[in-house]
Design a protein around this ligand. Sequence first.
Ligand SMILES: NC(=O)c1ccc[n+]([C@@H]2O[C@H](COP(=O)([O-])OP(=O)(O)OC[C@H]3O[C@@H](n4cnc5c(N)ncnc54)[C@H](OP(=O)(O)O)[C@@H]3O)[C@@H](O)[C@H]2O)c1
Length: 238
Amino acid sequence: MDKVLWVTGGGSGMGAAAARHAAGQGWRVAISGRREDALAQVAATITAAGGEALTVPLDVTDPEQVRAAHDTVLQQWGRLDGLVLSAGLNNPRRSWADQNMDDFARIVDTNLVAIARVIDVSLPELRQRQGVVVVISSYAGWQVSPMAGVAYSASKTALSSVAISLNKQEGEHGVRACHLCPGDVATEFLQQRPNVPDAAAQAKMLTPEDIGRAVLFVLDSPSHVRIDELVISPVSQR
Ligand SMILES: NC(=O)c1ccc[n+]([C@@H]2O[C@H](COP(=O)([O-])OP(=O)(O)OC[C@H]3O[C@@H](n4cnc5c(N)ncnc54)[C@H](OP(=O)(O)O)[C@@H]3O)[C@@H](O)[C@H]2O)c1
């Protein structure tokens, strides 16, 4: 297979797991995030297992870096067939009483605007390749969850509109998007909670690999199959 996948948030958690799963099935995988050492570790794991990986560091909130990263992937591999958009942000201050507007804007910029930006820059290639887009949203993007944070839940519920509009408007070009909504997953993202769950609580959560497997199912579905939304939660989810 010569298909190319670009993963944002690929240096850790679900993005890294999705990259590993896809590479294991022959996708060439470009992984992006801010921490170059984290990207390099994921790439090393993929290449050690016989896969192909390219690290493309970026901050998703910087339009020029997004454009440059996109161009790097195309220069390197000449095509782009899929996106996994996993870069995300939250903050421990989650209520109207204690949030601040700078944090609010950063969360919306990372979780919503940057997702649209990466899709926008990739759209010409996705149209050519009948590309597939997996938007890593959240349980809070499926059911309004104020406890997840005002900015976080607002940014994640909007991702449903992003995926639906992409499907309705770009389906004629073969482009498919999945609004993937994980419940609690044991990743470093939990450090952004006001009360970080202990080891016993994390042991009941999903693992990044659970989501990596689901992402691969979406990526490798036949080109006439669209999986509009996937909600995946641990049985302990409340
Ligand atoms: N863990 C959960 O319980 C849970 C549940 C539902 C949904 N989610 C969502 O799942 C996604 C992945 O999170 P995760 O749980 O796998 O945690 P994670 O390991 O912390 O992944 C988040 C990733 O986003 C990247 N990132 C953050 N800001 C960025 C920026 N400005 N530019 C580029 N990359 C950026 C981080 O890399 P750098 O710091 O290196 O940039 C990191 O690799 C997020 O969108 C999150 O909202 C998480």
